[in-house]
Design a protein around this ligand. Structure first.
Ligand SMILES: N[C@@H](CCC(=O)N[C@@H](CS)C(=O)NCC(=O)O)C(=O)O
Length: 157
């Protein structure tokens, strides 16, 4: 591990890249999931960083369930909803298949993962955002993604 932290992406069995953002951007470029020009790359990146910022706020490490629930309500109301309100409105206005048009980007993947994480804490939360809930489902149902969701280790917080 380059800096003693996960995640680490191992490329060709030997090269090691740490830091979520560096890994996501590297894979985004390699798999063409990063937007079609440099401005779109910046927007895809901006959405992904914002979405990942939500994940960082979730009370993942709190062991007392009462405190955890209280913290989650606070995070949901004050940090998550204001962002999802904006994303839902923009996504509806665009009327496209994915967050940035009709091609999947890593912003869609980051969104799907974050929505599942929120639902671990508040199971029906995403029902408040019908367009984004439909997007979450659409991304999760892509065959390769569905296969990974089914086989990946279950790690509830
Ligand atoms: N900024 C880093 C944070 C990585 C991080 O906090 N990793 C945790 C696991 S999710 C870790 O390895 N913690 C052990 C440690 O820091 O010693 C990233 O986004 O990749």
């Amino acid at each position: 591990m380059p800096f003693g932290q996960l995640p680490v992406l191992i490329i060709d069995g030997s090269q090691r890249v740490a830091q979520t953002g560096a890994i996501v951007r590297y894979l985004g470029r390699a798999l063409k999931l990063n937007g079609w020009d440099s401005l779109m790359e910046a927007y895809v990146d901006m959405f992904t960083e914002t979405i990942n910022g939500i994940f960082d706020k979730l009370p993942l490490h709190e062991s007392d369930s009462t405190i955890k629930e209280k913290q989650m309500e606070e995070v949901w109301t004050n940090s998550v909803c204001p962002i999802l309100d904006k994303i839902e409105a923009k996504y509806k206005l665009l009327g496209a298949k994915f967050l940035f048009g009709n091609n999947l980007t890593f912003a869609d993947l980051a969104f799907m993962q974050m929505a599942f994480s929120i639902e671990l804490f508040r199971p029906d939360s995403m029902e408040k955002y019908p367009a984004l809930k439909a997007l979450q489902k659409k991304v999760a149902e892509r065959p390769n993604i569905q296969a990974w969701l089914d086989e990946r280790p279950k790690t509830p917080f």
